[in-house]
Write a protein that binds this ligand. Structure first.
Ligand code: ZN
Ligand code: ZN
Length: 243
């Protein structure tokens, strides 16, 4: 897909106003975002030290898009290899993939779905390191800790009304599901507005995380997640605590 490269070139183009370069970064994120669009954007604001006002450091956009590009190149090489292997397997009569590649996993029902609901929750890894970790797991390498981020500390238990699930204290991935066979979605009780995140209200003028907003970060944020059950027939989402 050429459009990623076209928009990456725009991010690099110092002749463009920062807001145009910023919007080109967003387009790149619609093409590739390992943590989901919002959480990947949040990750890049912190890792590339994108200040609240881009004029203070427009080159932070280049750092952000280049980290994304580096991860995407790793993924592209691997996805091509995977697709070639699948073609051989299909010719040999194996219609179903022996394992689902991480990039084919949908958010719906995924153990990582909390990242979609709260952009502040995602692994702390640089994107290329996250992609390398996922590729190693796909190869069957046994890695200690949370599959997503490698965290080895005690998980955070979240009640589901009739049981509990255990989530990674680092990134909120579900490590041990509730066990009732239904899928629970873990979502923040206090939602952060995406527009505030997009405008980097969580960053200071010099590109450091703001001490003021949002007040709750890290494991304390995971601890405040609440469990919801989605009725697949009616589409009704219910907070498990209310049942
Ligand atoms: Zn984790
Ligand atoms: Zn349950």
């Amino acid at each position: 897909m050429t459009s990623f490269h076209t928009h990456r070139a725009r991010v690099h183009d110092a002749a463009l106003p920062p807001y145009r370069r910023h919007s080109a970064l967003r387009t790149c994120l619609t093409r590739f975002a390992p943590y989901g669009l919002r959480a990947t954007y949040h990750h890049l604001t912190v890792s590339a030290r994108m200040p609240r006002f881009l004029e203070a450091d427009p080159e932070s956009l280049v750092r952000a898009v280049d980290e994304l590009h580096e991860a995407r190149e790793l993924w592209r090489a691997r996805a091509e290899e995977y697709a070639a292997r699948r073609r051989v397997q299909k010719r040999a009569g194996r219609r179903r993939a022996p394992e689902t590649a991480w990039w084919h996993q949908r958010w719906w029902g995924s153990p990582n779905a909390a990242w979609e609901h709260d952009p502040f929750l995602h692994p702390p890894l640089r994107l290329p390191d996250y992609v390398r970790r996922q590729h190693a797991l796909l190869d069957g390498v046994e890695l200690p800790g949370c599959p997503a981020c490698g965290e080895q500390g005690p998980p955070v238990g979240i009640p589901t009304g009739h049981g509990r699930a255990e989530l990674c204290r680092g990134c909120a991935r579900v490590l041990t599901p509730c066990g009732c066979e239904r899928w629970h979605s873990f979502e923040p009780s206090l939602r952060v507005g995406w527009s505030r995140t997009w405008r980097r209200e969580h960053m200071t003028g010099t590109g450091e995380p703001s001490p003021h907003w949002p007040g709750v970060r890290g494991t304390a944020r995971v601890e405040r997640l609440e469990s919801y059950t989605v009725d697949l027939e009616s589409g009704v989402v219910r907070r498990d605590r209310d049942q």
